[in-house]
Design a protein around this ligand. Structure first.
Ligand code: ATP
Length: 212
């Protein structure tokens, strides 16, 4: 089974594109969703974070206060690294566990990782698809979706990878700009699905025909 990473800047349409892959039958995992799930009480990651950062990052119900945690790591690279050192292996293990549970005949699985390149995860994937739109569109979509200010979204864009660099590093690209109609977006995903299925078949037959 091919591991296909799906990445892109905030608000570029990763979830939308992931939904289209899922509608074509591809299994889709989302690193952010898994991370949030693993940070709820009862999970080892939750316990490890509380152990490292102390009870000050819990809310009244005993859940992690994501805002408090964010402000702890915001201005302190050492604290950020400490959190990432707990989060990354836990999310990776959860992804592996879920991939291992998929049927052996699955041609490829899509794993949505917003900060894939920033985290240095590209070597874990056979193919990385980058969803791209223009920065102005990211700001417009995210302010509308989340009610955040333009300045907030611009600050997030500042710390994310430069879009040209991300596009350069990806193996393929899906454009989701203002000019992209719903049908065009679906077409791009369908083309990528076909190419990935073909790639999976080629690799499988190469492995099966390898001399002993
Ligand atoms: P995030 O990085 O924040 O998780 P994302 O990359 O997953 O975001 P989506 O959530 O898929 O992006 O899309 C961001 C917002 O923009 C959503 O509200 C979505 O409905 C909207 N959106 C996505 N694509 C388009 C488009 N082509 N035209 C207009 N709105 C769009």
């Amino acid at each position: 089974m091919l591991r296909v990473g799906l990445t892109g800047g905030i608000g570029c349409g990763k979830s939308r594109v992931a939904g289209l892959f899922a509608s074509l039958g591809a299994p889709v995992l989302d690193a952010d969703t898994l991370n949030r799930e693993l940070q709820t009480p009862g999970h080892d990651l939750y316990a490890a974070i509380v152990d490292r950062f102390g009870p000050g990052i819990l809310d009244a119900r005993g859940h992690l206060d994501r805002g408090a945690l964010r402000s702890r790591i915001f201005a302190d690279p050492a604290e950020r690294q400490a959190l990432e050192a707990l989060v990354h292996p836990a999310v990776e293990a959860a992804i592996e566990q879920r991939l291992a549970a998929l049927p052996e005949t699955t041609p490829y699985a899509v794993i949505v990782v917003p900060l894939l390149f920033e985290a240095g995860w590209e070597a874990r994937f056979d193919h990385v698809v980058v969803v791209h739109c223009e920065p102005g569109e990211q700001i417009a979509r995210v302010t509308q979706r989340d009610g955040r200010s333009s300045a907030e979204v611009e600050a997030i864009l500042e710390v994310q990878m430069n879009p040209d660099e991300r596009r350069r590093r990806g193996d393929s690209e899906i454009l989701n700009t203002e000019q992209t109609s719903d049908a065009e977006l679906a077409n791009q995903v369908a083309e990528r699905d076909t190419a990935l299925r073909e790639l999976a078949t080629t690799i499988r037959s190469r492995v099966e025909n390898r001399p002993p």
